[in-house]
Write a protein that binds this ligand. Structure first.
Ligand code: NAD
Ligand code: UD1
Length: 338
């Protein structure tokens, strides 16, 4: 297939491009590079030995999007392009609705005009809000507590409505739990700008001596060690699932959404201990206040992906930390502590 990957230069998208090219598909990256590096397509080529085509443009630039469809005539779209900072979505909600929601509506319109009927969308476990219980399956109630989460909920609904209106459209909303790690080549990974919000990039920077210690947001949750529990999933496992979902989309048309997680939860302290172990560096931490909006635990029931895609996560927490650490060192940020 010829696959248009919006946001294909980003963290998850770049790993998916690698797996698409490895599986023999053609790839067109459509990305504004607002949150990614212009060198990423070349690094994808170095890993796979095949190059993606790249279009540098904003999703909201309707002429550029139309031109991309008319020039490349994609058979399918995997849609990653979005803004993803929860805090920023609270202070700047209109940009989030514009990029994430209006951008997707423009994309769906373009797909319809060019008779492109296969779509995989990046949703998030954030749509489960405060889960009533774990593991969380796809039937669990959904809700959102911030504009970013609402954009994911709205877009899921928009896509499901578009499917009802047009039976030729095959689409699925994939709900990621906590993507971490990096490609084993060390050539692509996550590059948070400024202070990382997420745990694993923060821990990696502490291990590298770039930050003094990790603040553990709360140790009084009702979890085995009192710290928050999450379902961390290796980004390369996520990538494999996208290729399988894309290739089987027509058979998944009855589904509205699918979880992508490992089905296992790990606490903050477990992540810190595992990272210290594999990096061989001490990782200092201090217990801090709970972070507003955080839930005690969030982990997936991954059975639907197993039964419908034949997919299950292969990599464990140790491998996720190893690959995150290799990426941290390779991206030039692994200096010894002074
Ligand atoms: P990312 O920021 O690394 O990648 C997004 C890419 O989209 C970037 O390359 C960015 O330049 C591009 N982009 C942003 N706005 C654009 C626009 N208007 N036009 C064109 N390109 C644009 O993020 P990621 O972590 O790879 O996330 C990819 C998708 O997965 C997002 O939709 C995100 O909401 C979703 N998601 C991510 C996580 C996570 O933890 N990383 C979890 C759940 C869901
Ligand atoms: C966060 C987002 C979620 C998004 C996900 C993407 C919030 C409230 N939720 O989820 O919407 O889909 O990232 O990966 O921001 N922690 C610390 N210290 C830190 C950082 C995190 O103790 O410096 C803890 C958190 O309290 C949590 C765990 O580590 O228990 C994981 O945090 P994080 O990586 O930010 O992911 P989520 O909170 O699950």
């Amino acid at each position: 297939m010829r696959v248009l990957v919006t946001g294909g230069a980003g963290y998850i998208g770049s790993h998916v491009c690698v797996e698409l090219l490895n599986a023999g598909h053609e790839v067109i990256i459509f990305d504004s590079f607002i949150n990614s590096d212009l060198g990423v397509p070349d690094r994808i080529s170095s890993i796979v030995g095949k190059s993606p085509l790249t279009v540098k443009a904003d999703l909201r630039d309707r002429a550029a999007l139309d031109d991309c469809f008319s020039t490349h005539r994609p058979d399918a779209v995997i849609h990653f392009a979005a803004l993803k900072s929860i805090g920023e979505s609270v202070t700047n909600p209109l940009s989030y609705y514009d990029v994430n929601v209006v951008g997707t509506i423009d994309l769906l319109g373009c797909m319809k005009r060019y008779d492109c009927n296969l779509l995989v969308f990046s949703s998030s476990a954030t749509v489960y809000g405060q889960p009533e219980s774990c593991p969380i399956d796809e039937q669990a109630p959904v809700s959102a507590t911030n504009p970013y989460g609402r954009t994911k909920l709205f877009v899921e609904q928009i896509i499901n409505d578009a499917k009802v209106a047009d039976p030729r459209l095959f689409a699925i909303n994939l709900r990621y739990f906590n993507p971490v790690g990096a490609h084993q080549s060390g050539l692509i990974g996550e590059s948070p700008s400024g202070t990382p919000n997420n745990l694993v990039p923060f821990v990696a920077q502490v291990a590298a001596g770039l930050r003094p210690r990790v603040s553990v947001f709360g140790d009084d949750y009702a979890t085995p060690d009192g710290t928050g529990v999450r379902d961390y999933i290796h980004v390369s496992d996520l990538a494999t699932a996208h290729v399988l979902a894309l290739e089987q989309l027509p058979q998944l048309s009855d589904l509205q959404a699918m979880n992508l997680g490992t089905g296992r939860g790990h606490s903050v302290l477990e992540v810190i201990a595992t990272f210290a172990d594999i990096s061989g560096r001490p990782i200092e931490y201090q217990i801090a206040q709970r972070r507003p909006g955080d839930v005690a635990e969030c982990w997936a029931d991954p059975m639907l992906a197993l039964t419908r895609l034949g997919w299950r996560a292969r990599f464990d927490l140790e491998q996720m930390c190893k690959d995150a650490w290799r990426w941290q060192l390779g991206s030039g940020n692994g200096e010894e502590r002074t």
